[in-house]
Ligand binder design. Structure first.
Ligand code: AMP
Length: 413
């Protein structure tokens, strides 16, 4: 099955080609035809299954086919609500990517940052709005957003909305948008509250369920090393010295961190290259091709740069830093163990990352196997930075926003 067999218009097919998407994922294959036919949809699928494209592609296509006011007269015709700003940004980026050759305009809004730049973008006219529920309701209350023209409403990660206490915000949004609209609801699990919500808001929905990714990664051996932050580099070199590791994709949380790891490994006579947003597309592609062709054994990547990397026979994924979002862990390690080859995922955890580890283990429903006898055990059982954890998260979020802003992600295309 190819995307063109799903009746996707050339304008979008061209953008998918640019993203190197060759075949639709199972949820895309199943969901896209229903959505294009105007059906409501209940999708039981987690992040990592390709669900964003499953709703973004047909939404773009349906809106693109409609005659609608242009410029500042544009109305918000599709609304996506999602629980976190990271997810909101990712979804927004997906719309920008897949809709690159359409004339549609997009905007993403979320809390924790100034609303002014978001207001400015909204004023210029938007077709598709991606939002977290709190900020959305704020702007609706201030009459800065009109939801009366919504044709397609997408509720993403409904179960997490519930877990995070956003369900009333969500219900408020639902009460404002028009009744005659197409609704798509995605949730990784279907607790009774979500089932009830689905029954109230969906009309004769098509149902699509995809095996949760946490079970698909069950075949991967997942090991854990507790280690001090300042000894991670030594532990990495120690692990990579084992020639049993044919190819390793090492994840770093930051771009600078990725470059630093390359330098540190070089001191230990281990060749590695980094791919991240500050490297040119050409440099990234060259490093990636070398890695795929087995001419480069160790590739260091940030999550954003690693997106879309599809490598068969990748023996090891190493989480040098644990991700902020537990789903990202599943994305990362899912890059090994493809095609039933079995793979190994190794995670480093320092004192400050214990909370993230707990979130990951909760999501995948099991404990990683701890390797206790290694030369660089965790000794410093106190926080490295004396900033309240919430403060760190807030800081990282504002960096994320700034980064997106500087990449003009928040500007209209
Ligand atoms: P999602 O589940 O929407 O978070 O998507 C997971 C990842 O898969 C994202 O990095 C997408 O860019 C990527 N992806 C989605 N659909 C495809 C596809 N058909 N082919 C290759 N990569 C895809």
């Amino acid at each position: 099955m190819q995307f063109k067999n799903l009746n996707i218009i050339p304008t979008i097919l061209k953008a998918l080609e640019k993203k190197n998407y060759e075949v639709p994922t199972p949820i895309q294959e199943e969901a896209i035809p229903f959505i294009l036919n105007g059906r409501d949809l209940l999708g039981c699928a987690q992040t990592g299954t390709g669900k964003t494209a499953a709703f973004a592609i047909p939404t773009l296509q349906l809106l693109n086919a409609e005659k609608a006011p242009q410029g500042a007269q544009r109305n918000i015709r599709a609304l996506v609500i999602t629980p976190t700003r990271e997810l909101a940004l990712q979804i927004y980026e997906s719309f920008c990517d897949y809709g690159k050759y359409t004339k549609l305009k997009y905007c993403v809004i979320f809390g924790g940052v100034s609303q002014k730049p978001q207001e400015e973008i909204l004023k210029r006219g938007v077709d598709i709005l991606v939002a977290t529920p709190g900020r959305l309701n704020d702007l609706v209350n201030q009459k800065l957003i009109n939801l009366k023209h919504i044709k397609i409403f997408i509720l993403d990660e409904a179960d997490r909305m519930l877990d995070m206490g956003f369900i009333n915000d969500v219900k408020k949004v639902i009460s404002i948008i028009p009744d005659r609209k197409q609704t798509l609801l995605f949730s990784a699990t279907m607790p009774p509250d979500i089932e009830r919500l689905a029954n109230t808001i969906l009309k004769n929905p098509a149902k699509v369920a995809i095996t949760p990714i946490s079970s698909t990664v069950d075949t991967i051996e997942q090991y854990l090393y507790y280690v001090d932050k300042n000894r991670k580099k030594d532990l990495l070199a120690h692990i990579l010295n084992d020639k049993i590791i044919e190819s390793a994709l090492v994840f770093s949380r930051t771009k600078h961190g990725a470059d630093r790891i390359v330098r540190q490994l070089s001191k230990a006579n281990i060749t590695a290259q980094a791919i991240h947003g500050d490297k040119s597309q050409g440099a990234r592609q060259t490093a990636l091709n070398k890695f795929k062709d087995k001419k480069l054994r160790v590739l260091i990547a940030t999550d954003i740069a690693a997106r879309g990397i599809d490598i068969d026979e990748l023996s090891h994924v190493i989480n040098y830093d644990l991700p902020e979002m537990p789903e990202t862990y599943v994305h990362r390690i899912g890059r090994t163990g493809r095609a039933g080859l079995g793979g190994v995922a190794i995670s480093f955890c320092d004192f400050d990352e214990k909370e993230q580890l707990a979130d990951i283990e909760k999501l995948i429903g099991k404990h990683l196997i701890e390797i206790e006898n290694h030369p660089f055990p965790l000794i410093n059982n106190f926080p490295a930075v004396k900033i309240h954890r919430q403060g760190i998260r807030q800081h990282r979020r504002s960096l994320l926003y700034k980064e997106a802003h500087s990449k003009k992600l928040l500007l209209l295309r």
